[in-house]
Design a protein around this ligand. Sequence first.
Ligand code: SAH
Length: 232
Amino acid sequence: MTLALVSAMHQELAAVLDLMPDERRTRAAGRDFWVGHLHGQEVVAVLSRIGKVAAATTATALIERFGATRIVFTGVAGGLGAGVQVGDVVVADTFLQHDMDASPLFPRHEVPLYGAARFPTDPVLTDRLAAAARAALPGAGFHRGLVVSGDRFVATTAEARALQAELPDALAVEMEGAAIAQVCQDYGVPYAAVRTISDRADDAAHGDFTTFIEQVASRHSAAIVRALLAPA
Ligand code: SAH
C-alpha cells in the first residue's frame, strides 16, 4: 500500500517533506518524486505543478511508476460558494472541469465519451481526510461538496460570478483536482482532496493568494497530512 501525497505548489510540498524522515528523490516524467515514510507508512510525495495536464501526468506516473494505491491532494483554492471564506477548508466529494465544453456534441461540462461531467472522490478515503482536516484545524470553517477545476486562475469578480451562476453548488475553484479525479477513475485508484481557501476568486484574489500561500497554506497542508497518517 503506497499513499501518494500531491501538492501543486512547492511551499506545500516542502512542509510535507519536513514530516518525512527518510525520503529519497527519484526523477520521472520531468518531476521529482520523493519516496519514503510518514508515520511509518509508505508514502510518495510529489509536486504536480499547476494545471490539469500537469496534474494528470503526475497522477499517471504515481500509479504506473510508483505503484500508488491511494492518492491524496492537498492545496489551495478560490472560494465560490456563499460562506466559503479565506482560511476555510473544503473537502471534495465530487469534481467537475468548469472549462470542458464540447457542446453541442456533448452537454456542457460533460467529458466526451465518459458520459459524465462529475467525477466522485472515494467516499471512504474522503471521510478519513475530512476527519483529519477537522481534527487538525478545529477552528477553521469546513465545507464538503463540489470543487471545480480549469486551466485558469480565476481572479476577477465577473468571472467568479459567472461560475457561481453556472455551477451554483460549486464550493471552490482550482486548477488540478478534476484531472486527477478522472485519472483515478480510469485506474480505479481511490482519491481524496482537500483545499484551504486562499482567495475568493475575485478582483482581490491575486494579492490575497500570494500572502496566504506564504503564511497559512503550507502549515495547513502539513497539519492535515500529519493528522491523516497519525496512528489511530
Ligand atoms: N503562481 C501564480 C498562480 C498560481 S495558480 C501566483 O503565484 O500568483 C494557483 C494555484 O492555486 C493553482 O494550483 C490552483 O489550483 C490554486 N488556486 C487558488 N486560488 C485559485 C483561483 N482563484 N482560481 C484558480 N486556481 C486557484
